[in-house]
Design a protein around this ligand. Structure first.
Ligand code: NAD
Length: 350
């Protein structure tokens, strides 16, 4: 790629490493309180009942539902009346609900992520109505501040940590060829891959160790920043269709689909493929990815997530019109069907 590009950096304050005290959320609590005070004085916490408590005295809105149904967003907007700052604590679903409230109210968000989904670093919102998911980009929904505390991810079970971390990895890998990719996004993406491929196996080996969680959370942040700028490519279009049409679990679906899209696209991108291989510390990008999947016992077949083989044509029909024209390999009904069939069966990616 020639060194000629236009890149926009998003305005966001990032406080990383809020607590080094392990499972305790008290370190995060004081940091979050200080960050909230910069933006307002009447915080509403948006967090499910399973999320850690970081602002014990603040009112809490706890109806958090995956993919943000519009009626849930409406109720949360009413509940936010009279407050001047939102504090989301949780995974992409809690962040997503806070974003839906910010979209119409303009309230600033302090995001405290507890998974590696990365929504906190993007201006992308999503909502579902009658089974259809709509997404959009609006700078009002970008959290003003993110407080990252790896201690808050210690309670995330290993299997979900792996799937969520590979969801982050999908952001980095796709940022290498997504429609608005540029050298800044690529630099962030490659560094994110280094952090994720170091952090995730450590979580599997020792789920209670903070260092692996920190690496993974750092990688997830870099990945989301790269993705927010580079935009959504073939991988995300496929996962969006699978999630919207068949309600497949978000993180696991991304984890399963990634090797197939990567193998499909890198054949036409030798230079990118070499850089990915270096970031994975492996002989090739695919070998590096497969090694990581083996080390972390990652999910690898869409059939295990509930997709039926007979669903594939409908997915192809939904994805084809959405594929960015800039995708490195021309996508046809035939090659997309084959990609999905292999991903469904968990066959060797190629
Ligand atoms: P999630 O937020 O639904 O969390 C998954 C499960 O893990 C939930 O049951 C949750 O209660 C639990 N959980 C979360 N943190 C935990 C912790 N620390 N310990 C124990 N349990 C915990 O899932 P997700 O994968 O984080 O987010 C998925 C959603 O985010 C999807 O709706 C997706 O579309 C959206 N998303 C949006 C963007 C964006 O840029 N807008 C990016 C990524 C994901």
């Amino acid at each position: 790629m020639s060194l000629s590009f236009t890149h926009e950096t998003l305005p966001q304050r990032v406080v990383f490493g809020a607590s080094s005290s392990g499972a305790s959320s008290s370190g995060a609590a004081s940091v979050v309180a200080a960050e909230v005070a910069r933006l307002g004085s009447r915080p509403l916490v948006i967090a499910s009942d399973r999320s850690p408590v970081v602002l014990p005295d603040a009112p809490r809105y706890s109806e958090v539902v995956m993919h943000v149904p519009v009626e849930v967003a409406e109720r949360a907007r009413k509940a936010a009346d009279g407050f001047d700052v939102l504090v989301s604590v949780g995974g992409g679903s809690a962040t997503g609900l806070a974003k839906a409230v910010a979209l119409t109210t303009g309230l600033p968000i302090v995001a405290v992520p507890t998974t590696y989904a990365g929504s906190e670093a993007t201006p992308v919102w999503g909502m579902t109505e009658n089974g259809r998911k709509t997404t959009g980009v609006d700078h009002r929904v970008l959290p003003r501040t993110v407080v990252y505390d790896a201690g808050l991810t210690l309670s995330l079970p290993v299997e979900l940590s792996v799937a969520s971390g590979l969801n982050a990895l999908a952001h980095s890998v796709e940022a290498m060829w997504a429609p608005n990719t540029d050298p800044i996004n690529q630099a962030l993406a490659l560094e994110s891959i280094r952090a994720l491929r170091t952090g995730l196996p450590r979580i599997v080996r020792d789920p209670d160790e903070l260092a692996g969680r920190e690496q993974t959370l750092f990688g997830a942040h870099l990945a989301a920043v790269a993705f927010a700028s580079a935009g959504s490519g073939l991988h995300h279009k496929i996962c969006h269709a699978l999630g919207g049409m068949f309600n497949l679990p978000h993180a696991q679906t991304h984890a399963v689909v990634l090797p197939y899209v990567m193998a499909f696209n890198v054949v036409d991108l030798p230079a990118v493929s070499d850089r990915l291989a270096q970031a994975f510390g492996a002989a090739s990008a695919i070998t590096g990815l497969q090694l990581l999947y083996a080390e972390t016992a990652a999910p690898h077949a869409l059939r295990d997530l509930g997709l039926r083989e007979s669903d594939i044509p409908a997915v192809v029909g939904a994805v084809l019109p959405a594929v960015p024209p800039s995708n490195p390999v021309t996508v046809t009904s035939e090659n997309l069907s084959e990609l999905l069939r292999r991903a469904w069966a968990g066959e060797e990616p190629r």
